[in-house]
Design a protein around this ligand. Structure first.
Ligand code: NOJ
Ligand code: CA
Length: 559
């Protein structure tokens, strides 16, 4: 009788939560696809392009705001949270988009803007019209000014977009706006505000959305008494430092309330926090088990391209999220930051948000951008991809001032101001603008560079080595390779200076290795395994690969 290996009884593992290692694609609606030729992208435009996103291989989409809005901050100034702005379509179009996405296996996350409304929101209009003492003033932060005639703002808080965070109204009172004057901050101590947002959540959940991206998730609760911050000198508003208006502990009570609502719905509805906090440990607070699901990792986004710093931030991120049992949520680009093909070639000082970009060599930027994307997509956890990064779009740095629409652009001292450069509409096809963004002859709300003809979807689809095919291949491997399913299984491998190398392994499946050259010189790396993916051309011979600078390789490794 031969020994028989008897397999232990297998216990079916519970299905892993979809969002823990999901790749979520950010759509910036005004710049994605224009169905009616007015030069502004819209919901029907997105619906028509959903098959592209299915073929790309993402799991879900996040849509930046499409709600009724005067567009003072490109829709982050909402005047009615339960309707769609006519420039983007109708609620029926939103429903069609959600149903269409679900039919293709894509989930839909929508933006929620709870820190502030538009100054054209009914509540704020009534607050203004009814004057001091109006109960609607309590739903925002109205205060008398300082100085003999109340001519000075109530405190010294600056607006993120520049200038003071206070605007005086005709009757002499001031109201708080951490962003543009058209974006008055809600008073989250007021029960009506809390109740209102619970019903807004339910409105969109009932319509079928799979979750929310929470705008300024760290901002809603302000320290009682609105104390001065004092002279902070070079103070980076969104990121570092303690402040009486960001990352107060009180915000977490709101998220515990919201989590209970999300959990009432079937299918794991999620929320992702846009929370800029001084440390990753503070960011982790937003994704504790009874709060939100994901929080963008802006510390990673802002980290320079060198092996030492990248390794440190990856370790720190995984450790911080591990503390609370959450996955890490990697992101390299979004509608507020310089596109990473450009940014990673530059020295970023302070927060990465909204900084002015300078010219870089496009080819070198693209090579590094592709290597960075392949690194990000190999990391354990979830990842967000910003529309156009799969095409390798660079930041547009030479938009004429008259074309720029970022509300901070004309407020010289603000932190943001240059965000239009990452918001230029997507090139889909053709030799001339608008490159299939909308009907021929229709324009685009920001001008597209001439060089984008060769970056269009049509120009890259099916072309071996194109950035689009790199993303498609990476996402397919990520989906199918079981070593990439766990969300906390990274082991560093020792490597020559400048090289970052790590393994992802899981029981009983072939190993996976990712190797990145972040140094300035090509490096011999032998042959760790079979190549699954390379972000750029390799040198050397099959048994002794030479990894050029700014190149990432994925390997299948024998165990
Ligand atoms: C963050 C959003 O991403 C940004 O675009 C917006 O300007 C601010 N929040 C204010 O809502
Ligand atoms: Ca349109």
């Amino acid at each position: 009788m031969t020994d028989q290996l008897i397999a232990p009884p297998t216990v079916e593992a519970p299905p892993a939560s979809w969002w823990r290692n999901a790749v979520i694609y950010q759509i910036y609606p005004r710049s994605f696809a224009d169905s009616n030729g007015d030069g502004i992208g819209d919901l029907p435009g997105i619906s028509r392009r959903l098959p592209y996103l299915r073929d790309l291989g993402v799991d879900a989409v996040w849509l930046s705001p499409f709600y009724a809005s005067p567009q003072a901050d490109a829709g982050y100034d909402v005047s009615d949270y339960r309707t769609v702005d006519p420039i983007f379509g109708t609620v029926a179009d939103a429903e069609e988009l959600i149903t269409g996405a679900h039919a293709l296996g894509l989930r839909v996350i929508v933006d929620l803007v709870p820190n502030h409304s538009s100054d054209q929101h009914d509540w704020f209009k009534r607050a203004i019209a009814e004057g001091p003492g109006s109960p609607f003033r309590d739903r925002y932060h109205f205060r008398p000014g300082q100085g003999a005639d109340g001519e000075l703002p109530p405190n010294d808080w600056p607006s993120i977009f520049g200038g003071p965070a206070w605007t005086r109204v005709e009757d002499g009172e001031w109201y708080l706006h951490l962003f543009a004057p058209e974006q008055p901050d809600f008073n989250w101590e007021h029960p009506a505000v809390r109740d209102e947002f619970k019903t807004i959540l339910r409105f969109w959940l009932d319509l079928g959305v799979d979750g929310f991206r929470v705008d300024v998730a760290h901002g809603m609760v302000k320290e009682a008494g609105l104390p001065d911050i004092g002279d902070t000198g070079e103070w980076h508003l969104l990121g570092a430092g303690e402040s009486p208006f960001f990352d107060r502990d009180g915000v977490h009570e709101i998220y515990r309330d919201w989590r209970r609502i999300l959990d009432e719905y079937p299918g794991e509805r999620i929320a992702v926090a846009e929370a800029w906090a001084p440390t990753l440990a503070r960011v982790a607070n937003y994704v504790r088990g009874d709060e939100l699901h994901q929080a963008f990792n802006f510390s990673y986004l802002g980290t320079a391209w060198n092996a030492h710093e990248q390794r440190a931030i990856i370790d720190e991120s995984l450790a911080a999220m591990r503390e609370v049992g959450a996955p890490t949520t990697w992101t390299l680009s979004n509608h507020d930051v310089v596109r990473h093909t450009t940014r990673l070639m530059q020295k970023v000082e302070g927060d990465a948000a909204g900084r002015k970009a300078t010219a870089v060599d496009d080819e070198a930027g693209l090579r590094r951008g592709r290597a960075a994307s392949a690194l990000m997509l190999a990391l354990p956890g979830s990842a967000y991809v910003y529309q156009g990064e799969e095409l390798g779009l660079p930041e547009v740095i030479d938009l004429p001032p008259e074309a720029r629409q970022d509300p901070a652009f004309h407020r010289a001292t603000g932190q943001d101001g240059y965000r239009d450069g990452c918001r230029v509409p997507i090139p889909w096809s053709g030799a001339e603008a608008p490159y299939g963004f909308g009907p021929d002859g229709g324009g685009s709300w920001l001008p597209q560079p001439e060089s984008w003809a060769r970056l269009s979807v049509a120009a890259q689809a099916g072309v071996p080595g194109s950035t689009l095919e790199l993303y498609r291949a990476a996402l397919a491997i990520r989906r199918d390779n079981p070593a990439l399913a766990p969300t906390d299984n990274l082991t560093w491998v020792s490597a020559p200076a400048g090289i970052l190398a790590f393994d992802r392994s899981a029981p009983g499946v072939p190993g996976f290795r990712c190797t990145v050259n972040m140094g300035a010189e090509p490096v011999e790396i032998g042959r760790p395994g079979e190549i699954l993916l390379a972000s750029g051309p390799l040198e050397g011979d099959p048994d002794n690969i030479i990894l050029p600078p700014d190149t990432t390789v994925w390997w299948s490794v024998a165990r």
